[in-house]
Design a protein around this ligand. Structure first.
Ligand code: BTN
Length: 263
């Protein structure tokens, strides 16, 4: 039996239960790949696939995503928007705001955001990665579908990873049940995605900036096939582009990986 109990989840979702159709699996290749196949067969918005184990979990920029069943929550949510992907600038940052707000509702402290869409936990030694988000868009003549994949560490992963990692347990003072975490995150996602659909990222930019881990810090930006850039991180614009102040002025950055420049 999967670690998510559907009956408990339904009760935790309360009035929101009607907006989501959640399938809890023991294992799949990737919750996002599985959901994409279901979306192709006509699954409605609000379909969720959550899995204890992924044999081919995917991260940003072609990386893989490893997660241990008991210490992580991995799920994907299908959402549909009218119009083309051009309307959806900043969607993955909006998802970051939703996840941060959900974790805060659970009582988490020290959660912050790293561009474009990582969730970090502030710790005495610096910031450590708490969750990752992968948003994949596909459009047809009816509109655009988003497969929103979220991997959250409930406890810090045991394996050694290239960057510091944290678990939700380190941000909370007590225990929290897995169903409750998923229900609260889905509730926060529904609220923020509705707001994003009506007003775009502009309406959420303030929420993002407020939680920005590296506001005004000097960072390195690594982009595929581009020379690394160093600059002061000024946050994001209304489309979710990173504003980087370099010797040449303020540049708008649309893709890449940011890391903090060590003194
Ligand atoms: C990243 O930080 O690189 C994004 C990681 C996203 C991982 C999640 S886990 C659930 C969903 N299924 C996947 O295969 N990937 C996303």
């Amino acid at each position: 039996m999967a670690l998510i109990d559907p009956i408990l989840l339904k009760s935790r979702l309360g009035q929101l239960a009607g907006r989501f159709d959640v399938d809890a699996l023991d294992e799949c290749d990737s919750t996002s790949s599985e959901l994409m196949r279901r979306a192709d067969r006509g699954a409605p918005a609000g379909t969720v696939v959550v899995a204890d184990r992924q044999s081919a979990g995917r991260g940003r920029r072609g990386r893989s995503w490893l997660s241990a069943p008991a210490s992580s929550l991995t799920f994907s949510l299908l959402w549909r928007f009218a119009g083309s992907p051009a309307r959806l600038a900043g969607l993955s940052l909006a998802v970051g705001v939703a996840v941060a707000r959900g974790l805060e509702q659970l009582g988490a402290q020290g959660v912050c955001l790293k561009w474009p869409n990582d969730l970090l936990l502030t710790q005495s030694a610096g910031h450590a990665k708490l969750a990752g988000i992968l948003v994949e868009l596909a459009s047809d003549r009816r509109g655009t579908q988003a497969i929103i994949g979220i991997g959250l560490n409930l406890q810090p992963p045991a394996e050694t990873l290239p960057q510091p990692v944290a678990g939700l347990n380190q941000a909370l003072s007590g225990e929290v049940e897995r169903q409750q975490v998923l229900a609260v995150l889905l509730g926060a996602l529904a609220e923020i995605l509705d707001r994003f659909d009506r007003h775009g990222f502009a309406a959420l930019r303030g929420d993002w900036q407020q939680r920005h881990a590296w506001q005004n810090e000097i960072v390195h930006l690594l982009g595929e096939g581009a020379a690394p850039l160093v600059g002061r991180c000024l946050g994001v614009d209304e489309d979710g582009a990173l504003l980087l102040e370099t010797g040449g002025g303020v540049e708008r950055i649309y893709s890449g990986d940011v890391s903090l420049r060590r003194p």
